[in-house]
Design a protein. Sequence first.
Length: 231
Amino acid sequence: MRVRVCSAIFFDIQEGCSGMANGEPSHWARWHADYDDPNSGLYRRLAVVVSRIGQALDAAPPGPIRLVSACAGQGRDVVAALRDHPRRDDVRGRLVELDPGNIRACRSALASAELHQVEVAQEDAGWTEAYIGAVPAHVVLLCGVFGNISDDDIENTIRRARQLCVPGATVIWTRHRREPDLVPAVRDWFRESGFEEIAFDSVVDAFGVGMNRMVSSPEPFVPGVRLFEFI
């Protein structure tokens, strides 16, 4: 498995683009700091996710590739995966994020990598409206989501994920492995919902990273549907 982390491209944008509120970085901006620590689980998780995105792009059919990322944060995974990928110019992406500081950092990183065809939408990724015009997608990222929502919302999101997908789409997801470990249930819910498992990585028992392909028929996209809510 090819593992590569391109965190260096974010170093110069941390100052002034980290979600400042009353002079202090937001919770979500501080959360991203562990991506810069090679000893952290988040750093290692990012490497796996970047590699899996690259594999999804390699496997995509010829022509435009639509990509969406829910709760995209600073977009580190997408930017690192696309920056040097031979199909980078085929990708049309939407990164959905609410935190203003993370959005500024994400847009700066995309501009630095000249990924002008990838947009950042300041929307609530938990509602299907956030994806109007960007789906059905070939690659759907649910990374950093399942650790921040209820078990019921995780299952609901998985059950409804076919609304966001073209036939044969790839979904990449993450979830921490703290007890009670929900990862086995997440893997089962994807299989039950028509997504075969292509790959699964357990990152030093800290995170699970799943890669699934939709093998069932898509569901019609329905605006106004709540997928999840952060807790």
